[in-house]
Design a protein around this ligand. Structure first.
Ligand SMILES: Cc1cc2nc3c(=O)[nH]c(=O)nc-3n(C[C@H](O)[C@H](O)[C@H](O)COP(=O)(O)OP(=O)(O)OC[C@H]3O[C@@H](n4cnc5c(N)ncnc54)[C@H](O)[C@@H]3O)c2cc1C
Length: 397
């Protein structure tokens, strides 16, 4: 392995930004460059709130990394050349000694018609478009939310809570809560959704989306707006760059979170998944993205010190679901993800969920403060090659 000086981190979500700030605090003499297509952090875990008009605080990257030694580059990542150790971006090439892929995921509907006729909440742009559609819906309009996972449940509840005049339907291919909630927690969830007026359709096998109808194998549902909440897929950059990927296009990494083909490339958050046992499923989630970022930072520090990075262990004990603003559900589970009989509901669960959402930003700010306190020898500056139009054109082919 070559000496380690330039670390480039692709994606400034919970995983990537968290990794950059932690790394800067632990190893102030590294050159750390963070790349994101946007100039502000997207609090994805609040996007269902954005749909009903919540205006998130602006969190510009320039401000978040100021004084931390992390250089921020706003650019779209196009491809990775692992042999040459360069990244092609919309503003030029970046050379790296170590790369961290943290480009996240998006909802990619695959059913016929879904890409055309269904909205999603996977990104800030998609949530804003859906917000504008919902805002002009007349009372009595039907919104069909497809997907009984955490995102679908939270969105359906949020819509029903904020817009009691709409008829909100939640469609699940299987049984509500199956595999992720204990039967007692599922019963609480059913009561909450019923109180909010959400109609739940279980074992509804959707086969197509039409402009005014969700078509199922045996029946169909009329709708004014369809929202697709399943089918999270990782950023396609790793796969397009020829790096080995696994399920949902996630970069295939080993237990130390390094690419199984290129140990100088780390993969964290939604963008990557260990292909070996790390104690529990590495679900796409903010609650695992933040610790994965921290672990990758510690591994890079170990590399600088000449030692071997340690394996990552998933530690995941609860699922926290908001059900509108005043209700929620917290499901405690075993290390392997199997739900325990123990759950929290109502206002205490809503309170805890809100505290957890706030804690994500608090953790990032704490990491930034720790980085600011460290004296550093190297001046911060991105390892960007001179942006060359020819280079950019080549990458885009
Ligand atoms: C509505 C909703 C509610 C959720 N609620 C929860 C919850 O309660 N708890 C929980 O644990 N998880 C929740 N999640 C999941 C959670 O948001 C994700 O798992 C988490 O955001 C993943 O973090 P990440 O850093 O890996 O990726 P992301 O947060 O997706 O960040 C990826 C970053 O990469 C950037 N990027 C992507 N492609 C490019 C490119 N080509 N070039 C440059 N930049 C690029 C993006 O702009 C983004 O800033 C929710 C998700 C949604 C959509």
């Amino acid at each position: 392995m070559t000496p380690l000086r330039d670390v480039v981190i692709l994606g400034g979500g919970y995983a990537g930004l968290g990794c950059a700030l932690r790394l800067s605090a632990l190893a102030p003499d590294l050159h750390i460059t963070l790349v994101d297509a946007q100039d502000v952090l997207c609090e994805r875990i609040r996007l269902h709130q954005v749909v009903v008009g919540h205006v998130p605080p602006r969190l510009p990257y320039a401000e978040l990394v100021e004084g931390t030694g992390v250089a921020f580059v706003q650019a779209r990542v196009l491809a990775i050349d692992a042999q040459a150790r360069r990244v092609g971006t919309s503003v030029g090439e970046l050379a790296y000694d170590r790369l961290v892929v943290a480009l996240g995921s998006d909802i990619v509907p695959e059913l016929p018609g879904a890409a055309h006729y269904a909205d999603t909440v996977g990104s800030a742009g998609a949530a804003a478009r859906l917000r504008d559609r919902i805002a002009v819906l007349a009372a009595g309009s039907r919104v069909v939310v497809v997907g009984g996972g955490l995102t679908g449940i939270e969105l359906a509840a949020e819509l029903a809570d904020a817009r009691g005049d709409l008829r909100v339907h939640l469609v699940d291919r299987g049984a509500l809560g199956a595999g992720m909630l204990h039967p007692s927690a599922t019963a609480k969830l059913r009561r909450s959704l019923a109180r909010l007026g959400v109609t739940v359709h279980e074992r509804f096998d959707a086969t197509a989306v039409e402009p005014t109808r969700l078509v199922g194998a045996t029946t169909s549902l009329d709708l004014d707006v369809c929202v697709w909440t399943t089918g999270f897929a990782a950023s396609s950059v790793a796969a397009r760059s020829g790096l080995p990927v696994g399920r949902a296009g996630r970069l295939a990494v080993d237990a130390t979170l390094r690419s199984i083909a290129h140990p100088e490339i780390y993969g964290i958050g939604d963008a990557a998944e260990p292909v070996v046992d790390v104690g529990a499923p590495a679900l796409m989630s903010c609650r695992l993205g933040l610790p994965a970022g921290s672990h990758a930072a510690a591994s890079l520090v170990a590399e600088v010190a000449g030692s071997t990075p340690r394996p990552w262990q998933v530690r995941d004990v609860l699922r926290c679901i908001s059900l509108g603003r005043d209700d929620g559900l917290v499901q405690f589970h075993r290390a392997d993800g199997r739900p325990r009989a123990w759950s929290l509901s109502g206002a205490p669960a809503a309170w805890l969920k809100e505290r957890i959402c706030r804690a994500t930003i608090w953790v990032l700010r704490r990491r930034a403060d720790a980085a600011r306190r460290r004296p550093r020898r190297l001046s911060a500056g991105p390892a960007v090659g001179v942006p060359s139009v020819a280079a950019v054109r080549t990458w885009e082919q």
